[in-house]
Ligand binder design. Structure first.
Ligand SMILES: Nc1ncnc2c1ncn2[C@@H]1O[C@H](COP(=O)(O)OP(=O)(O)OP(=O)(O)O)[C@@H](O)[C@H]1O
Ligand SMILES: [Mg+2]
Length: 442
């Protein structure tokens, strides 16, 4: 049965349950300048809708969900729930997190009842509703079990029961299945879809953050793709497939391919061949990818099975790569100008093929050239070292620069990444003890 609202009047469809207008968010940084994480987000969750949010790690998905729930205030813009401004936690909105966040000293029943205690519901009523929620989510018989006695999947069922016990009007799900193994995730996901489509829960709208593209295509009526730095809605994909959705069907795969393309296309690299790439800035969040993995994947792609071109979902399957591993590699290749992505396919460029076919030494040179040409941070570090007397500079010098663009944690990660790449390319050296970059022995 479709979760869509064929049998609902159009007026109800148009009414936004949750409306975000021009939402932005800056987090405080040590230098007090603040860092913009979300910018100009306009979003409406309509009655009967499931919306999925996809985006790279750090694009602000969780932040946005917390703002929708009223758990943190936006820095700009506003959120309205059924026409009323959200200024703090809202009673009709419940959230489920990736980490189950259960209290180990409370039983299943105790953990679920907790959701109602804050609402001031009387003890007997709490008990009745908690038992009901536990039953609905399929944990019947486990009321008196403690979290440590439960499997991961069952713990997350408790997480869901705790959210459902308040009869939420809106459910906000932040990667609720990511910590579970594939089969457990599938079972729980299907149970949730059933509860929702058979209207066994009173919930009128769901927003789910996911890292899994197929999961989003299965569940959502609409997918929003977030871009990073700052997080904005970079694409919206409506999904009109009937339910239950068949992961193997051509229509399903086509949408998965399309979303892959949207997510692996760099800013300004719209997938058209010959499209002019937008240069990336100094504070660009370099992907977390290792050169060894990059070489491995490029070599695989030149093998006859692929012949320089691969369907991304297929590649992820075949090479047993999680999107969280695959996306950084794909982005790395695109940054270096070694691959293009379009129509859900990745294709090596002539430069990418040349790298794959070259021997060790010329490879190193090609990698160094590509880094200096396409990665401004690498070129910047090299330039500073060239200019400095003694050709040395402490890493902290670059870290401070990066912190103008990125959070402390991200700045460290990006610097570490570029140092690894730069050392591999031999465009500079790094002493881990002194934390000093140099051109020693060059
Ligand atoms: N309380 C905070 N203070 C400062 N910076 C924060 C805070 N919370 C998040 N950030 C930063 O804001 C950015 C967005 O974080 P957020 O957790 O919303 O991203 P996300 O898209 O959910 O990422 P992931 O996919 O890894 O869960 C990140 O760079 C993060 O480091
Ligand atoms: Mg998150």
């Amino acid at each position: 049965m479709s979760v869509l609202t064929e049998d609902r009047p159009t007026a109800a469809l148009d009414a936004a349950l949750l409306l975000a207008s021009g939402v932005s968010k800056s987090y405080r940084t040590p230098d007090h300048l603040g860092r913009l994480v979300l910018e100009g987000i306009d979003f409406a969750l309509r009655e009967g809708e499931v919306v999925a949010i996809l985006g790279k790690s750090g694009s602000g998905k969780s932040t946005f969900l917390r703002i929708l729930a009223g758990l943190i205030p936006p820095s700009g813009g506003r959120v309205d729930y059924r026409g009323r401004p959200v200024t703090g936690p809202v009673q009709g909105i419940a959230m489920v997190f990736q980490s189950f966040a259960l209290f180990p000293w409370l039983t299943v029943l105790g953990n679920v009842e907790l959701g109602l205690e804050a609402l001031g519901v009387a003890a007997a009523e709490r008990r009745r509703r908690a038992v009901e929620a536990i039953d609905v989510i399929g944990l019947d018989g486990f009321e008196s079990a403690y979290p440590k006695e439960l499997s991961g999947g069952m713990r997350q069922r408790v997480g869901f029961a705790r959210a459902l016990v308040v009869n939420p009007d809106i459910l906000l799900l932040d990667e609720p299945f990511s910590a579970l193994d594939v089969l457990t995730a599938e079972t729980l996901r299907n149970d949730l879809i059933d509860l929702w489509s058979e209207r066994r829960i009173p919930t009128k709208g769901i927003v789910i953050v996911s890292h899994n593209i197929a999961e989003a295509v299965e569940m959502a009526d609409r997918i929003m793709v977030f871009s990073s730095d700052p997080g904005r809605i970079s694409a919206e994909v409506p999904i009109a497939l009937p339910r239950p959705r068949d992961w193997e069907s051509a229509a399903f795969r086509q949408i998965v391919d399309h979303v892959y393309t949207l997510m692996t296309t760099l800013p300004g690299r719209d997938g058209r061949r010959g499209a002019r790439p937008e240069p990336i800035g100094l504070g660009y969040r370099l992907p977390d990818a290792a050169v060894q993995q990059l070489s491995g994947l490029i070599e695989r792609l030149t093998e006859p099975a692929y012949n320089g071109r691969a369907d991304l979902p297929h590649l992820a399957d075949e090479e047993n790569l999680d999107v969280d591993d695959l996306f950084p590699l794909i982005e790395f290749m695109q940054i270096l100008g070694w691959a293009n992505v379009s129509g859900g396919d990745i294709e090596l460029t002539p430069a990418g093929r040349a790298y794959a076919e070259a021997d060790m030494l010329p490879r190193k040179q090609m990698f160094a050239d590509a880094l200096l040409k396409h990665v401004p941070l690498a070129a910047h570090i090299r330039r500073v070292l060239d200019e400095r007397p003694g050709h040395r500079a402490p890493a902290a010098r670059f870290l401070r620069e990066l912190e103008d663009h990125l959070s402390e944690e991200e700045a460290e990660r990006v610097l570490e990444t570029v140092i690894n790449w730069g050392r591999h390319a031999e465009i500079f050296a790094y002493d881990y003890d002194d934390e000093v970059l140099s051109l020693e022995n060059f």
